[in-house]
Design a protein around this ligand. Structure first.
Ligand code: PLP
Length: 470
């Protein structure tokens, strides 16, 4: 095809922009302002970089939505998809239907999971998987003859999805507002956010004790006989990379055990190498009864999520004397192409030792962020575990005062980083860069990331100063 013909075949960006505005309601967008925003039109991606329609390259420090753990553009994953699509392009797994890639994946997941995990239930997204967890704990307590033990405790600021059930678990008002959420039976306790939520006079240990006391108080107010489960991300992701204070999960798990409350570990972000383990909860010695997995399970190449069901729950389901139907499932859940992708993805993480890379490069990245950006007048806190780091900005460094209009400043900061060729995720209600780049990140790329982020912070600093003086 002559060059001019191929160029003519590509619609100019302005036509694409118009078509985008004319046709789509984007998730997590503002319908009133969407039409005035320039869509970020991406056309290709390789490794840790994505390229937009103008040919500008960006270092994607967010791995898309925290998911592209093995990096973009892996030919061997594309080939695994192609081969699977040719041989068995679709198969259901309802009832007694099954297929080899899905069986192989289930065996593999249970080998990689903490010891007490017994069965895998597949879904398509993290939200669906957390909805399924709500149903599993209800089913479990109904079978145990405890029909009133149904409430679930999540944490303020957490993100567990956006469907009716998982969106209710999510502890963020903008996921609830206008949707009449949360639904009944979902409670929220404190976020373990030492930087923003602790009293300045509190030590980390005192803050941790307060969190545990508040959890105990919530349980006694509601009655342990009404509470079925507690759900938590090992490190809170979307609300701004918040590792728990030392000893938090040990104390929380003791409380849960004492009150016969199941622990659901939401490993949607923290799994598949992100914290240096197959399941990041290992870092905190978690002993969950149920685990939710998605994102890094397929590195975002194909939709898939999984609920891992521990022995304690499975034994009750399997002993049901009435042999009830587990009436849950979705047409494309447990898709054989997703299974082939997940198997290849796991093979890559293992072969390239990406769990060790995440720990090593993550420690290097964190050290460089602290050394090179820690003294900047806007930088309040720098924290991280594995290859998951957060750089949180303050309006006033001395007093740690946050920005008043954090939503607007947060989005301005995101644009400043974009203009410096860097994609970062934010943190709900915070002005920050949440960094979770692909696990293949090299030390040289980590240096580049820090340089670009530093320039983004400088750019924001100039804009904040200009608006203060105008
Ligand atoms: C911890 C956690 N759980 C659940 C979800 C929901 O996953 P999905 O967007 O695939 O529904 C997310 C998404 O960001 C998440 O971060």
């Amino acid at each position: 095809m002559p060059l001019n013909m191929s160029l003519a075949a590509v619609p100019p960006p302005s036509a694409l922009v118009a078509a985008d505005r004319a046709t789509m309601l984007h998730p997590f967008s503002h319908p009133t302002v969407q039409a005035s925003l320039e869509p970020r039109l991406l056309v290709s991606a390789k490794g840790i970089r994505v390229t937009d329609i103008e040919g500008t390259e960006y270092l994607d420090a967010g791995s898309g939505l925290w998911c592209v753990n093995v990096g973009y553009g892996r030919t061997e994953i594309a080939e695994a998809m192609y081969e699977q699509s040719k041989s068995l392009s679709y198969a259901l797994c309802f009832g007694s239907y099954s297929n080899e890639p899905l069986i192989d994946l289930s065996k593999r997941l249970l080998e990689l999971a903490p010891p007490a995990m017994s069965k895998v239930l597949y879904n398509n997204s993290g939200s669906e998987a957390n909805d399924a967890q709500i149903k599993i704990v209800r089913y479990y307590n109904n079978l145990r003859g405890l029909p009133n033990k149904k409430k679930i405790i999540a944490r303020l600021g957490s993100y567990h999805g956006a469907s009716i059930g998982s969106g209710s678990l999510t502890g963020t008002p903008f996921v609830h507002r206008h949707f009449d959420l949360p639904m009944d039976g979902i409670l929220h306790t404190d976020a373990p956010d030492f930087y923003r939520r602790a009293d300045p006079r509190q030590s980390e240990a005192q803050f941790c004790q307060q969190l545990v006391e508040h959890l105990e108080q919530l349980i006694s107010r509601e009655g342990a006989q009404t509470i079925s489960a507690f759900i938590a991300e090992p490190v809170m992701g979307s609300c701004g990379v918040i590792p728990p204070p030392a000893g938090y999960f040990d104390a929380v798990q003791d409380v849960l055990k004492r009150h016969d409350i199941l622990f659901i570990a939401d490993e949607v972000i923290t799994g598949f190498g992100r914290l240096g383990y197959w399941f990041g909860g290992e870092h905190f010695k978690l002993r969950p009864d149920l685990i939710t997995s998605a994102k890094g399970l397929t590195s975002g190449y194909f939709p898939m999520s999984a609920c891992l069901i521990g022995d304690k729950v499975w034994d009750v389901l399997a002993a049901d004397r009435e042999a009830s139907l587990f009436g849950h499932g979705f047409t494309t859940a447990g898709h054989p192409v997703a299974a082939a992708v997940a198997l290849k993805n796991i093979e890559i993480i293992e072969r390239e030792q990406l769990r060790a890379t995440a720990t090593g490069t993550g420690a290097y990245l964190l050290a460089q962020l602290k050394a090179r950006l820690g003294d900047h007048p806007l930088v309040g806190d720098i924290r991280g575990v594995g290859l998951m780091c957060g750089v949180e900005l303050d309006a006033d460094k001395a007093t740690h005062k946050p920005f008043e209009n954090s939503l607007a400043v947060g989005s301005l900061f995101n644009s400043c980083c974009w203009e410096e060729g860097l994609i970062v995720r934010g943190g709900h209600g915070k002005v920050m860069a949440a960094l979770a780049p692909p696990l293949t990140l090299t030390p040289a790329e980590a240096d580049e990331l820090v340089t670009r982020l530093g320039r983004g912070i400088e750019r924001l600093s100039g804009k904040v100063a200009a608006s203060a003086s105008s």
